[in-house]
Design a protein around this ligand. Structure first.
Ligand code: FPP
Length: 251
């Protein structure tokens, strides 16, 4: 959570999370195959990454494939993976030029080799870049992430590395896959659905949530600006009173 005395302008989020929903419905509305919706969604993602960099947003996390998405038809799953691999191959050089550090959260080990290997290479290649962080949630579920962190904590307690009396939020947070990332300030979900669907549940505790009615392939840079304008209007209180927020913190 950003400290209330954070010196950055408060009207620009430093971490945005996006649930890119509605590719299928976008395609169905045009009598196109679902994969065409995903392809147009991938194009949109590339534009939005560029725009976030230009705007000075430090971190973008996108929900590309949920742990629950394995329930989809196998052709759609393999089409999505091929698309993801293509996007990476086609755009990695540009991401590198722009100083983008790529990270993945989720169970990458369970992904097919043709997706996992290039992603691992890209993660290693971009490790030292600091201009922008692109975090791809792939085979990701917040509950799964929390369970894995709790398991690590339990193992550390059992091995005597962690005092159970000292288990606090920082101890759990350090074992989440997002360790080291700022919490998301803004979560955007497209396609008119009003839910978080197992995305960054703990990290979003104080996030502002903006729901856009358009499907993801129609989420243009203008739509992003509308979401940012909506965010800028919100008063973030982190549990404090409006009066406390007006008072500068003690030096
Ligand atoms: C949700 O639309 C979208 C996804 C499940 C996949 C998101 C993927 C992309 C935007 C393409 C980029 C791909 C990668 C791997 C980087 P939906 O299919 O749930 O749409 P619907 O709710 O209308 O059916």
């Amino acid at each position: 959570m950003p400290a209330p005395d954070d010196q950055r302008p408060t009207d620009l989020p430093r971490h945005v999370g996006i649930i890119m929903d509605g590719n299928g419905r976008w395609a169905a509305a045009r009598s196109l195959p679902r994969l065409e919706g995903h392809r147009r969604g991938a194009e949109r993602l590339i534009e939005i990454v560029d725009d976030c960099i230009d705007l000075g947003i430090g971190t973008l996390t996108v929900f590309a494939f949920s742990a629950e998405n394995w329930k989809r038809p196998p052709e759609e799953i393999s089409g999505l993976f091929k698309l993801g691999e293509w996007v990476l191959r086609a755009h990695l050089a540009r991401l590198e030029r722009r100083g983008v550090r790529l990270r993945v959260i989720g169970d990458l080990a369970a992904m097919p080799d043709f997706v996992r290997r290039p992603l691992e290479d890209a993660i290693a290649k971009t490790r030292d870049f600091t201009a922008f962080q692109l975090v791809v949630a792939l085979n990701y579920g917040a509950r799964q992430e929390i369970v894995a962190a709790a398991r690590r904590l339990a193992e550390d307690v059992a091995a005597g590395r962690q005092d159970p009396a000292q288990v606090d939020w920082a101890a759990l947070e350090a074992r989440l896959q997002t360790a080291g990332l700022p919490d998301p300030d803004l979560i955007i979900r497209t396609s008119g659905e009003h839910r978080l669907s197992n995305f960054l549940l703990l990290q979003s505790a104080y996030a502002e949530i903006v729901f856009a009615s358009v499907h993801w392939p129609d989420f243009t840079k203008d739509q992003l600006r509308l979401a940012l304008a909506e965010y800028a209007k919100r008063e973030r209180r982190f549990g404090m009173t409006p009066e406390q927020l007006q008072t500068p913190p003690p030096a």
